[in-house]
Design a binder for this molecule. Structure first.
Ligand SMILES: [Zn+2]
Length: 345
C-alpha cells in the first residue's frame, strides 16, 4: 500500500484545520472549511443542528454500519471578567490548564466580528518587578489576557467591543519538522480529523465500497463531554473514536505509533473491537501499542453514556504533552491511517 501521498495530504489537511481557531463552542468556521473538503472529495456532508458534520461514505451492509468519529473542537478560553486595568480574566473552555497557556499569544473574537490580539500572562508578569513570579501558582484567577491595544481601564476595553462571553483562541504554533515531527497545540483532535479526511480520500480515489456502511462524524463539544451524545444514524452497531493516543510514564505508545486504547476513565472498550483492531494491526505490519489511559474520556464513551446500544473502540496517533504544546509524528499518522483502512475493508 503506497501511503506517502496520503500522509502528505493528511498532514496538510491537519495544518490547514489548525490554522482555523475552533475552541469548543466556536466551531462554525472550522465546520464550514471541513464541509468544503468533504465536498471536494465528492461526498455530501450534512451539518448537524449542533454544528458537527455527518458524512455517509457508502458501503454495503447498512444494518451493521460503523460510525467513525473525530472532534474539531479544541481547548480555549472565554472572557469572564473585564478587569479594572482593561485586561481580561478568562474561564477555560474544556480542560485547559493555565500553566499550558502562559505567555502564549491569543486572539479575542468579539460578537460583532472583530478580532484583537493579546497574550495570556501571569498578573504582573515582569520578573524584574514581581518578586513572587517564580512561586505563584498558575491559575485563571491570577492570570490575564494583556490586550495588544492601548487600554488602561475597563471602559477602554469595552469601547473596543469586547464583552464578557467573548471567545479567546490560543495560537497553535504549528510546525512540521524535516524529521517528520508535527508540533502544535490542538493536535487533539485536529490530527485525527486530518486522518479521517485521508480515509475518505482513499475510499474515493480507489472507488472502494466497504463491506459495511461507513459514516464519519466530525464532532463538536467533545472537550466538554457531549460531542457524540447524538447523531448516531440508523443501523450503526459500532462507534470508533479516532482521538489522540496517550504517551507518558508507564504507557507503551510512541509518537510514531498508532495507539489502541483498551481502557480509559470510562472503563474498558468493547473486547471484540479491541481484539479486532489488534489483529488488523498485526496482520498488516502496522506499528502499534495497546495502552490503558489513566485520565481520558472519548466521544465513543459519550455515545454509550447517552444510551446507544453499540460496540465501541478508540484509536489514535501517539500525541505527547497532551493539552499543552503537543507533538506527534508522520509515522503515527501513517500507522493510524493504515489501521483505519485495513480495519474498515
Ligand atoms: Zn481529544
Amino acid at each position: 500500500m503506497e501511503t506517502k501521498a496520503y500522509v502528505d495530504y493528511m498532514v496538510q489537511q491537519t495544518v490547514d484545520i489548525l490554522g482555523i481557531d475552533s475552541p469548543t463552542g466556536f466551531t462554525a468556521n472550522a465546520a464550514k472549511h471541513l464541509m468544503g473538503e468533504y465536498e471536494k472529495l465528492g461526498y455530501k456532508p450534512v451539518m448537524t443542528t449542533k454544528g458537527g458534520i455527518l458524512v455517509d461514505l457508502g458501503g454495503k451492509n447498512e444494518d451493521d454500519a460503523i460510525l467513525i468519529e473525530a472532534h474539531m473542537d479544541t481547548l480555549g478560553g472565554m472572557v469572564c471578567k473585564i478587569k479594572d486595568n482593561g485586561n481580561l480574566e478568562l474561564t477555560p473552555l474544556g480542560g485547559f490548564s493555565p500553566n499550558n497557556g502562559e505567555a502564549e499569544n491569543c486572539r479575542i473574537y468579539t460578537r460583532d466580528g472583530k478580532i484583537y490580539e493579546g497574550t495570556f500572562q501571569l498578573n504582573d508578569a515582569s520578573v524584574h518587578v514581581n518578586g513572587e513570579y517564580s512561586t505563584k501558582t498558575r491559575e485563571f484567577k491570577g492570570m490575564e489576557v494583556v490586550i495588544d491595544e492601548e487600554v488602561s481601564s475597563a471602559d477602554d476595553t469595552k469601547a473596543l467591543g469586547i464583552m464578557i462571553g467573548d471567545i479567546v483562541a490560543f495560537e497553535p504554533r504549528t510546525r512540521v519538522t524535516d524529521s517528520g515531527y508535527i508540533k502544535s497545540r490542538f493536535l487533539d483532535d485536529k490530527l485525527s480529523v486530518g486522518i479521517l479526511l485521508g480515509q475518505a480520500k482513499y475510499l474515493a480515489d480507489n472507488n472502494i465500497t466497504p463491506e459495511r456502511k461507513v459514516y464519519h462524524h466530525i464532532t463538536v463539544y467533545e472537550e466538554v463531554g457531549h460531542g457524540a451524545c447524538g447523531t448516531v444514524p440508523e443501523g450503526v452497531t459500532e462507534i470508533l473514536s479516532v482521538d489522540m493516543g496517550c504517551i507518558g510514564d508507564g504507557l507503551d505508545c510512541k509518537e510514531t505509533q498508532v495507539s489502541i486504547c483498551a481502557k480509559d476513565s470510562g472503563g474498558p472498550y468493547n473486547y471484540e473491537v479491541v481484539s479486532n483492531l489488534i489483529n488488523a494491526a498485526k496482520e498488516n505490519d502496522i506499528d502499534f501499542a495497546v495502552d490503558v489511559y489513566p485520565h481520558y474520556g472519548s466521544d465513543a464513551d459519550a455515545a454509550l453514556g447517552a444510551g446507544y446500544d453499540v460496540k465501541h473502540g478508540l484509536i489514535g496517533a501517539g500525541v505527547y504533552a497532551s493539552h499543552g504544546y503537543e507533538r506527534s509524528h508522520k509515522k503515527g499518522v501513517e500507522n493510524t491511517f493504515k489501521l483505519l483502512i485495513n480495519y474498515v475493508r
